[in-house]
Design a protein. Structure first.
Length: 526
């Protein structure tokens, strides 16, 4: 039974060394959430700080002004609560108390200073919660303005957390004078890498003890390096990965240019041009010393971790229930679009029972992965009702195809979207042009699974949950019998199943025979 929850709006603010980020989020009564706004503004809070360990007045003024605007925006959206944290620049500043009090007086924000390890924990939570790591822990790297955070974990539980006093602003301020806008010559860049190497020795030794799978890089620095590397190679096609070779070529190009020309490099964020080489030196040295040939990049980060952490403390949200990344993202999408959860859960149950008994009877040889995708598509099949009931199957396709479901690859999303698309109207043939975006053997798998989903949908045509069980029995090369256990008059369901006989024949090359039996007290669901 779902716990009652009163809707509210929360504003999250991350005050970093280089930028301030905010997300205004509405928490809905059905335990989903809606992002109302996401904003970022460069403030350079850590400007000229790391030698004297003091935040300079101009940097504090810039930061306070932006935080004030973000707080006002949150209140305009109706935010009843603000969750604000600040990281490296503030936690190392001797005038930290003065800055926090200034923030409180001028913006009304109570800002929490978090440790480097807490920052790493939240980054791991924010980035890892969007990935399916297939049972192996991942390594997460986030390069900020003043510090670099590393974490090893499965997206929910961490195994290792670390924070290094290495950042794009910090390293640049140590090796590049303020008035030097020329190229960064090899000798200077080598000194930057040498400094990084000496700082990461123990961290590299510790990380090597873990057998990690995916390696994921986040933060503006890594994303910007990936963007430039992608623009200059690989035909501009983005594949969410950054190889060490492409990184080295990009760094060589950046170092050869004076600042004015560096700002014009395709893909670069001009506001980051003066510190990007410092961040690049950190990433390149980490990859070399850890033996990493490539990393995957992610647009998520600390702000997303703050939201995930907040939701994990509220009973009823997927994050609280410790669901898998896939389960949580599917539930979030369904609830955001207001699906009929009782009906969707019924269709999911029936579709899986049809899948399992059909496999037992030798009607298909689909995999456990196919079964998993079928259950998610079954839950989301009516999500298009959010737009309109008319052609809702087509709307469902569009929503699933473009919702950026977390934890799934593009091939899986395409398959689920098409399952939802073909849960009604005409079932395509295995060679239909309607399946052009579905590649290879997946076309045949799609037709088989779509036929099962259509049967499941027909078995709850009245949305009354009258069908307790639906099992295939006594299948042979000519026909397959579907035995349906009912709990009341199910004439609508009968007509629905009969209307699917032609589609079933197309998919399984067998006639569908229907047999009903009334529920008895011995039936587990009666």
């Amino acid at each position: 039974m779902r716990v009652e929850f009163e809707a509210k709006t929360v504003s999250f603010i991350d005050i970093g060394t280089n930028s301030v980020r905010t997300a205004v989020v509405r928490l809905n009564p059905n335990h989903s959430y809606t992002i109302l706004s996401r904003q970022k503004q460069v403030v350079r809070l850590g400007e000229n700080e790391f030698q004297e360990q003091e935040l300079i007045p101009q940097a504090m003024e810039r930061c306070v002004m932006v935080c004030k605007r973000f707080a006002e925006m949150g209140r305009a959206f109706g935010a009843q609560e603000f969750v604000a944290v600040t990281t490296s620049a503030t936690r190392e500043a001797r005038n930290q108390s003065f800055f926090l009090e200034k923030l409180k007086v001028e913006t009304g924000l109570e800002v929490r200073v978090i440790s480097g390890r807490e920052e790493a924990r939240l980054i791991h939570l924010g980035v890892g919660s969007a990935l399916d790591l297939s049972g192996r822990p991942g390594l997460f790297i986030d390069i900020g303005g003043g510090s670099t955070e590393l974490a090893i974990g499965n997206g929910k539980e961490h195994l290792y957390l670390d924070s290094l006093k290495l950042g794009a602003i910090r390293l640049t301020s140590l090796f590049v004078p303020l008035d030097d806008e020329g190229p960064v010559y090899p000798e200077r860049y080598a000194l930057m890498k040498k400094s990084v190497k000496s700082e990461i020795v123990r961290t590299v030794q510790r990380v090597r003890k873990y057998k990690v799978g995916a390696v994921v890089g986040s933060s503006g620095t890594i994303l910007n390096l990936w963007e430039m590397a992608t623009r200059s190679s690989n035909g501009g096609q983005k594949d969410s990965r950054l190889s060490l070779g492409r990184l080295k070529r990009t760094i060589a190009m950046l170092c050869s240019l004076p600042l004015k020309e560096r700002r014009q490099v395709p893909g670069i964020n001009p506001e980051r041009a003066d510190i990007i080489i410092g961040g690049a030196a950190i990433l390149e040295t980490l990859m070399e010393e850890m033996g990493l040939e490539e990393i995957q990049v992610s647009e998520r980060g600390l702000l997303d971790g703050m939201l995930e952490d907040y939701l994990s403390q509220i009973e009823g949200f997927p994050q609280y229930q410790r669901m898998s990344v896939r389960e949580g993202s599917v539930l979030q999408l369904g609830r955001s679009c207001g699906v009929d959860e009782v009906h969707s859960t019924t269709i999911r149950r029936l579709a899986l029972e049809l899948f399992d008994t059909a496999k037992e009877e030798g009607l298909h040889e689909l995999s456990d992965r196919d079964r998993e995708l079928l259950q998610y598509a079954a839950y989301l099949h009516d999500v298009g009702d959010f737009i309109s009931f008319n052609n809702h199957h087509a709307h469902s396709y569009y929503i699933i195809r473009n919702a950026e479901l977390l934890g799934f690859d593009q091939k899986e999303i395409v398959l689920m979207a098409n399952l939802a698309k073909f849960h009604r109207k005409k079932l395509p043939g295995k060679k239909s042009e309607d399946l052009d975006e579905v590649k290879g053997s997946s076309k045949e798998e799609l037709v088989l699974m779509a036929s099962l989903l259509r049967l499941a949908e027909s078995l709850d045509r009245s949305h009354c949950g009258l069908i307790l069980h639906a099992r295939f029995v006594n299948a042979d090369e000519e026909e397959a019998m579907l035995e349906v256990t009912t709990n009341g008059d199910c004439q609508l369901e009968t007509w629905g199943v009969e209307s699917q006989a032609k589609a079933f024949k197309k998919a399984f090359d067998r006639d569908l025979v229907l047999r009903f039996r009334a529920a008895t007290p011995l039936d587990p669901s009666s």
